[in-house]
Write a protein that binds this ligand. Structure first.
Ligand SMILES: [Zn+2]
Length: 186
């Protein structure tokens, strides 16, 4: 029976999607300002944001807030790469439920999206190879965390301050924001 309310196995509802749109706009604006890029996403920084309901099986991560997937044509130039920031609605909503009421969905999404966009910018600027070995990836993760923290430091919300404390770049074990995957377009 249709009850007018959808509880679709941890997928974002329309209300959540509205919050996501707002977080995404802020994350993009902050990244543009910090990295001095006129407009994101762009040809040089091609990415899109997708939510769990839109994901292919390979884009689903069981325990992270997001998975960053690089789609690349073999032997391709930079312009033939594209990234999908694959948000894992269920993991995000579960964390919001656990942290209630101190952390807001808006702030967590802003944090995660900004983190992912910074990854995309750095990969595209070849600060790190997408296939880098584990130890390089760990130090990249710390750098991206630190940049995310620096950019969000002045964000005026008590929830964001709590979030930044929880996900400090110097706290191992709490760094499970994302994993990443490279898929070839054949
Ligand atoms: Zn990361």
């Amino acid at each position: 029976m249709y009850t007018g309310k959808t509880h679709n196995a941890g997928l974002f509802t329309l209300e959540h999607t509205g919050v996501l749109a707002k977080s995404a706009r802020t994350a993009v604006r902050m990244a543009e300002e910090h990295f001095n890029i006129p407009s994101l996403p762009s040809r040089s920084y091609p990415f899109q944001i997708a939510t769990l309901g839109e994901l292919d099986p390979e884009e689903i991560s069981g325990d992270r807030f997001a998975r960053l997937v690089l789609y690349e044509r073999p032997g391709a130039r930079a312009s033939e790469r594209r990234y999908r920031i694959c948000l894992q609605d269920n993991i995000i909503l579960r964390r919001i439920e656990e942290e209630k009421p101190s952390i807001l969905l808006h702030d967590l999404l802003l944090y995660v999206l900004l983190h992912e966009i910074i990854h995309v910018i750095r990969f595209q600027r070849e600060e790190l190879d997408f296939e880098a070995p584990e130890h390089e990836r760990m130090s990249e993760e710390r750098i991206v965390h630190q940049l995310t923290h620096d950019i969000l430091a002045d964000f005026d919300s008590s929830g964001m301050r709590i979030l930044l404390e929880r996900y400090s770049p110097y706290r191992p074990g709490r760094n499970l924001i994302t994993d990443s995957k490279r898929l070839l377009i054949l």
